[in-house]
Design a binder for this molecule. Sequence first.
Ligand code: 5HY
Length: 245
Amino acid sequence: MRIKVINPNTTWSMTETIAHAARAAVSPGVEIEAVSPAHGPVSIEGHYDEAMACLGLLDEVKKGERDGVDAYVIACFGDPGLDAAREIARGPVIGIAEAAMRSAGYLATGFSVVTTLQRTVVIAEHLLDKYGARAQCRRVRACEIAVLELENPASDAYRTILAECRRALAEDGCGAIVLGCAGMADLCRRLSGELGVPVIDGVAAAVATAEALVRIGLGTSKRGDYAAPLRKPYAGMLAPWAPGG
Ligand code: 5HY
């Protein structure tokens, strides 16, 4: 089985962190291909970044379809381009936010999300509504750490995230923590050990979900809105991306 994990930002050092967490979460023999697109933002911290990251992301899914990939993971907590990717993929496409939110629901009646910048909180809240997880989420909290600061050993990111998780457990009445950035994947086990509650890394939850769905023979429905995009010409620089092109 081959699972393609796409980090839609173009920071390969973060893609390596993501790849490591993904490989640790799947069964022996499952191949993880971890990539970043050639084009796009170095980090995704808002609506515009998300929109600009989608083309590179969808390009990687198209390549995966040519290469016979069995499933995909979108390794960015905004789950950018998730529905569009499902239109062009046969296998399951799992967003890390959706996987983390649904996994938290199995483990606690209430969870809190601890994410990076305050400006991205509304994106996570929109996803809670989309996935029907608002009732289980006690609060979405921000640490005010920029995504790429997670890559900087001198940023003290771990201590800042740990403190925010402690506040969530003390104030929100939650029983589990969802990490709000793929770049936090390598902090998950240490945080869980220090906090004594389930801490959910969406990368691990997403690849585990993807593997399970492929194992039981399931793929993305091709009936209705996830059917292949309708063939039509695209104008200008996007002409090569026209459906069926
Ligand atoms: C992520 N951005 O997981 C999101 C996190 C965020 O580049 N990878 C990013 O802050 O929304």
